[in-house]
Design a protein around this ligand. Structure first.
Ligand code: NDP
Length: 293
């Protein structure tokens, strides 16, 4: 039996639809247009694509989209001054500084200069602490998208064994916190984990966020498990072009898992949808209005 394919593209479209409806109500009932500012430093081609997509999707749901581009050689002080300006701007409810930043900038310092209430990426130390202590936080978009898909799949996740492979601050760690919050029994695996295949085999839920193409084969997966593949890896194709693959070997995992996200079309589209949802949440909180569910 092959696994159910979790359609992240369709799910993300539904999330964006809900966001658009909420934005329309905020505009009509309160004259409030949520605003998202994205800051890009330098010319990194992948970052430029992300920023363009974010701007387009922000406008499509009826929100204000503001883009700030700084040259590669801009100083950290210039960037901090821009962040301060956006912190103080009442039209802006969400601020995202696109990572990675150039080497001469301290990313932690810049992220922690963002007003935590506007930190729609959820990377500010205050939001990290709020999430870790089970309080109302801005939750990082990629793990939030993964959690939404898992909830849709299972309803309650209580008591399930979850293995998160990867412990980065932007995916693995917040994912583990969210799953703990759902009462899963959580294992976080990483490059020093001993006998990774055995660890993964006990999981009802596997979240792979490693950045190594097709590292997790089907025979590591417990039959019937739900597999969320966060990885986005570009590998060469026979015709000289390239294609995207995840951290999971889809062709073998799909034969064993109960449900699995494809790459592309799984976790990826959910990330921007969650960014838009976080911006609406931030706008509601800033104005003392009820938050979207
Ligand atoms: P990082 O490189 O920051 O972290 C990778 C993690 O994987 C580290 O914790 C590392 O362990 C662990 N790891 C590396 N090699 C192994 C191994 N052989 N066995 C077990 N664990 C290992 O990556 P990110 O978390 O930023 O991203 C992970 C993947 O997700 C990437 O492919 C990225 O492109 C993708 N991604 C996708 C997004 C989306 O929107 N869908 C958003 C963000 C990321 P250690 O800590 O010990 O070094």
């Amino acid at each position: 039996m092959t696994a159910q394919i979790i359609d992240g593209k369709a799910f993300a479209a539904r999330v964006r639809g809900k966001v658009a409806a909420h934005v329309a109500r905020l505009v009509a009932d309160h004259g409030l247009t949520p605003g998202l500012a994205v800051v890009l430093v330098g010319e990194d081609p992948a970052s430029q694509v992300y920023v363009r997509n974010k701007g387009k999707q922000t406008r499509e749901v009826g929100m204000l989209s503001v883009e700030h581009r700084l040259p590669e050689d801009a100083s950290e002080a210039d960037l901090l001054a821009l962040v301060e300006e956006l912190n103080a701007d009442p039209k802006i409810h969400g601020i995202l500084v696109q990572l990675p930043l150039p080497d001469h900038m301290n990313a932690d310092l810049v992220i922690n200069a963002i007003d935590p209430a506007k930190d729609v990426d959820g990377f500010h130390i205050s939001n990290v602490g709020l999430l870790a202590t089970g309080q109302k936080a801005m939750v990082p978009c990629t793990p939030l998208g993964c959690l939404m898909m898992l909830r849709e799949q299972h309803g309650s996740l209580s008591g399930m064994e979850a293995v998160v492979v990867g412990r980065s601050n932007i995916v693995g760690k917040p994912m583990a916190q969210l799953l703990l919050g759902e009462n899963c029994t959580v294992t976080v695996a990483h490059s020093r984990t001993r006998d990774l295949p055995e660890v993964v085999r006990r999981a009802d839920i596997v979240v792979a966020a490693v950045g190594r193409p097709q590292m997790v084969p089907g025979d590591w997966i417990k039959p019937g498990a739900t597999v969320i593949d966060v990885g986005i890896n570009r590998i060469p194709r026979e015709d000289g072009k390239s294609r995207l693959v995840g951290d999971v070997e889809f062709s073998s995992a799909v034969e064993v898992a109960g449900a699995i996200t494809p790459v592309p079309g799984g976790v990826g589209p959910m990330t921007i949808a969650c960014l838009l949802a976080n911006t609406v949440t931030a706008a509601c909180r800033a104005n003392g209005l009820p938050e979207p569910e």
